[in-house]
Design a protein. Structure first.
Length: 214
């Protein structure tokens, strides 16, 4: 796929089917980009689509099969948009919470490999089927443990306070599959590979909360 140089080309990019239920178009939406008039278009559409297919097939589809609708809050970010968000965050705009382009390579910037030359991608999700329980309890951990047991291809997760949203990443390099809760200044580790509680069956953490049918 050539570079995106027209509305027609962008339309075709948006029509790319990443998996059974997910298309590229929904991965390109950005509230910050829309508000400030900054495009969120990949410089390397082929690589962005390649990473998007891995994310959609390995991460999003298992979640959709289990929980129904999956709300995408943030997915692909262009280096221009991510860099703009990062500068606004450094200036005190907490609504523009983005790390640097270097740190977001092979994360939210899907078409930028990291320093090791590895591909990866991050998407920020909300699971509507979990919101009632979260609203009553404020407890994100049952969902985190369920994903740990049922979505083996995630590389890392970061859970946040609002709506139990979380970042989940696919990465083609080594990973410790850490699961974090992040609400600055709080940074809490739930588990990671190598800890005594990482392996095995964790259904005691989510049984009775997430149904057996799931």
């Amino acid at each position: 796929m050539a570079g995106i140089d027209s509305v027609a080309a962008l339309t075709e990019l948006g029509r790319v089917r990443l998996s059974e239920h997910f298309f590229m178009r929904e991965m390109l939406y950005s509230e910050v980009g829309n508000f400030h008039g900054i495009s969120n278009i990949p410089a390397d559409p082929d690589l962005a689509v390649e990473v998007g297919r891995q994310l959609a097939g390995r991460i999003l589809e298992p979640l959709k099969r289990a929980f129904g609708h999956v709300t995408i809050r943030s997915a692909y970010r262009s280096p221009v948009l991510n860099g703009f968000c990062h500068q606004r965050y450094l200036a005190g705009d907490t609504a523009s919470w983005c790390t640097s382009n270097q740190d977001n390579a092979a994360q939210h910037i899907w078409d930028l490999p990291d320093a090791a030359g590895r591909r990866g991608g991050t998407v920020t999700l909300v699971i509507p089927a979990y919101l009632d329980h979260y609203g009553r309890t404020g407890d994100w951990r049952p969902l985190a443990w369920w994903i740990r047991d049922h979505v083996p291809d995630y590389a890392e997760m970061f859970f946040f306070r609002h709506l139990c949203a979380f970042n989940i990443r696919w990465y083609d390099g080594p990973s410790d599959r850490a699961i974090w809760y992040l609400d600055p200044p709080v940074r809490e580790l739930l588990t990671r590979a190598g800890q005594v509680d990482f392996d095995g069956d964790h259904r005691r953490h989510y049984a009775g909360i997430i149904g057996e049918a799931v």
